[in-house]
Ligand binder design. Structure first.
Ligand code: HDE
Length: 710
């Protein structure tokens, strides 16, 4: 089928008219005046004072003084990309939205990925939730699906959001630590607010330290509604499934990457798109008929609960491709304003109390961040559908609305802009019947705080479980207050007794017998607050395979970064064969040498060095290859950083291939016996190496990695 031209992919309409390109143009002032000196201010004599008349200086400095806008209060650090979404088959049974019924469309999208806690300049590799916000520029108006890379949230009610964020942000007295949850105030809050435990254990798992934005799942989190043409509603959860699978780095790598390249995720996304390796996700939906609302052991309105895929399968309905980097970070990625309230006919909200609060919050925050309620007129925020209404004026009005009338109803303007009937695409809210008291409380159906963290933990592979234990131990190890740590140990042990004991041992403490009372005391033991205390742990499902990264996609090596360690005199034959095989499968080969510039192979050919060993680190790569060549190996042996490079790759369970003398180098690093290691390939074929890289890591190696000191 011939798809309609994607409006957002080539050059989207909402951006095109606003582009400014200075190439081949004279420098001008903001008024279009050509400038002949932008290096010197106007002075009374060569060494005299600057003259107030200098409008050129004033304009330049004035603009500079106002270049920054407040960073986002949360999700300040982020990276964006353009792309499109297309639907596989019509979902008209569930939704009347054009984006879910018209398979001939390519709907333009802009996506912004982010960390939550850190400031704009913080490291990409913080242990944190990642934002996964998608703006769909649909023909019926803009739909924003503002989700995360985890399917649940920390809290159940919008009222708790400022408390959650204040606890995780740097502590207010000394502004420490940056982009890190490992501190007392966060654990003080988490240990007193047990609804957080589910999202928290996800953050402690490898999901908190993704290998790449391109290797993360995305989730709308809240239960939404889909509305079909007949006005019938179904509950729905949205999922994004990455084509590359879900993969993570280890904590040791995360810490080191933060030093070696704190833009690691941003660079990875940018480079993949620039090189034409467009990241793709499939959109999945879990649909629950309205009549089944109360069928589950948890409440669909509770955002701290997921619907296990074993209970309601995920139906893949379309795919999103990101194929264009922004032209300008500030204009697009920084100024993009997502609003969960941006929906289109065919999609509607539920009464999830967190979602309800978000509907208010995002519009409000954009006002203080972008400075004017006209932020929807900023190019990246403009819908592709036409906008006509009677809203007028205010700061930064960019449009010139025509005509005599700015009210409704009118005759002077011919009754325009006119209202649309529902059958013509006019939006109508779902008419949910509500008959209730106005009360400030939480439903008892929200009080199960342990069943799903326990389900998540039970579903993990052994290596994932050990990462979780290490993460808890690291985070609690950074806390200074024993009562906070004790409360956490007690709660972790309620999720899983052995996990509690393991973490306790690692931090040199004991799991307390009970601390229920102190928690109640700390939060004020009044009846309504007691309601927030957790109910009993249930086991309605032993495990859910979709929750473990051990069951993800392992079928390719596209965009994987492979370090070739080479010195002058390296053996061209094995090098060339390996390089060609890896590049054929779209991996990225980088030559790391003792020096920059060029390196010479044993056939006296010069090859460009991508990085000297001095400027790079093992943690920035997915796998290592060392070709043979006596001279080359001698050169590598002279710099201990090469040996560290290989040992680190080993420690992080990566694939390593060596050829001829390359094996001698590997042996000299003193690694444990690697004969049975399926990801260490000695003089083997390229296929074996490729398969090992596609597996992401050889986690079976983990016990041996403990002995590696790097
Ligand atoms: Fe957000 N959130 N949030 N949030 N959130 C913001 O809006 C807020 C919540 C999420 O790339 C802010 O534009 C409240 C859940 C993402 O630009 C702010 C509550 C989920 C992004 C805000 C929540 C998210 C934000 C900061 C509780 C996952 C980044 C700047 C009621 C479903 C979007 C801004 C981007 C951003 C408030 C809860 C995801 C302050 C009050 C749940 C991905 O308005």
């Amino acid at each position: 089928m011939n798809k309609k031209e994607p409006k957002g992919t080539a050059k989207s309409k909402q951006l095109k008219n606003f582009e400014v390109d200075g190439s081949g143009q004279p420098l001008t002032t903001r008024q279009g005046l050509k400038v002949n000196d932008t290096n010197n201010s106007l002075k009374a004599g060569e060494r005299g004072p600057t003259i107030i008349e200098d409008f050129l200086l004033r304009e330049k400095i004035h603009n500079f003084d106002h270049e920054r806008i407040p960073e986002r209060i949360v999700h300040a650090r982020g990276s964006g990309a353009h792309g499109y979404f297309e639907l596989y088959e019509s979902m008209e049974e569930y939704s009347k939205a054009g984006i879910f019924t018209d398979t001939s469309r390519k709907t333009p999208v802009f996506v912004r990925f982010s960390t939550v806690a850190g400031s704009k300049g913080s490291t990409d590799l913080a242990r944190d939730v990642r934002g996964f916000a998608v703006k769909f520029y649909t023909e019926e108006g803009t739909w924003d699906l503002v989700g995360n890379n985890m399917p649940i949230f920390f809290i159940q009610d919008a009222m708790k959001f400022p408390d959650l964020i204040h606890s995780v942000k740097p502590e207010p007295n000394n502004e420490i630590p940056q982009a890190a949850s490992a501190h007392d105030t966060f654990y003080d809050f988490v240990s007193l607010t047990t609804e957080t435990l589910h999202n928290h254990i996800w953050v402690m798992s490898d999901r908190g330290i993704p290998r790449s934005f391109r290797m993360m799942e995305g989730f709308g989190i809240h239960t939404f509604r889909l509305i079909n043409k007949k006005g019938e509603a179904h509950f729905v959860k949205f999922h994004w499934k990455p084509k590359l699978g879900v993969h993570s780095v280890t904590w040791d790598e995360a810490v080191k990457i933060s030093g070696a390249d704190s833009d690691f995720h941003r660079r990875d996304l940018w480079n993949a798109i620039e090189s034409g390796q467009y990241p793709e996700w499939e959109l999945g939906i879990q649909v629950v008929p309205e009549k089944d609302e109360h069928k589950f052991d948890f409440d669909l309105l509770d955002p701290t609960k997921l619907i296990p895929e074993e209970m309601v399968p995920v139906k893949l309905i379309g795919k999103m491709v990101l194929n264009r980097n922004p032209e300008n970070f500030f204009a697009e990625t920084e100024q993009v304003a997502f609003l969960p309230g941006n929906i289109v006919p065919g999609i509607d909200f539920t009464n999830d109390p967190l979602l309800q609060g978000r509907l208010f919050s995002y519009r409000d925050t954009q006002l203080s961040r972008l400075g004017s309620h006209n932020f929807h007129q900023i190019p990246i925020n403009r819908p592709v559908s036409e906008v006509h209404n009677n809203q007028r004026d205010g700061h930064m009005q960019m449009e010139i609305p025509k005509g005599q009338t700015a009210y409704f109803p009118n005759t002077l303007g011919g009754g325009c802009p006119y209202l649309s009937k529902v059958s013509e695409g006019g939006f109508e809210s779902y008419q949910e019947r509500i008959d209730a008291h106005k009360i400030r409380t939480r439903s008892s159906s929200f009080s199960d705080h342990f069943s799903q963290p326990a389900l998540f933990y039970r579903s993990l592979a052994e290596w994932e479980k050990s990462h979780v234990a290490d993460a808890y131990a690291f985070e609690l190890g950074k806390c200074n207050h024993d009562p906070i740590k004790e409360r956490m140990l007690w709660l972790i042990s309620k999720i899983d007794t052995d996990l509690g004991k393991t973490v306790a041992k690692k931090i040199g403490m004991k799991v307390p017998k009970s601390i229920e009372k102190p928690i109640n005391q700390a939060i004020g033991a009044d009846a309504s607050i007691k309601d927030h205390q957790p109910g009993d742990k249930k086991n309605y499902l032993d495990s859910s395979s979709a929750l473990s990264q051990a069951n993800t996609v392992f079928d390719g090596i596209a965009t994987r970064q492979i370090a070739f360690l080479v010195g002058d005199g390296f053996e061209m034959k094995s090098f060339d064969k390996m390089k060609k095989a890896l590049e054929k499968d779209n991996a990225v080969v980088k030559l790391i040498a003792p020096h920059g510039g060029k390196v010479m192979c044993d056939q006296n050919m010069e090859h460009d060095v991508d990085a000297s060993i001095m400027t790079t680190e093992s943690v920035l790569f997915d796998a290592v290859f060392i070709p043979g060549g006596k001279k080359s190996i001698e050169a590598l042996s002279k710099d201990s950083k090469f040996s560290k490079f290989v040992k680190e790759a080993y420690k992080h369970c990566k694939a390593i291939a060596v050829h001829n003398e390359g094996k001698e180098f590997l042996d000299k690093t003193g690694l444990a016996d690697y004969n049975n290691d399926k990801a260490i390939i000695v003089d083997g074929g390229t296929e074996k190496f490729i398969r090992a890289i596609a597996r992401h890591r050889n986690w079976d190696r983990m016990p041996a990695t403990m002995e590696i000191a790097v």
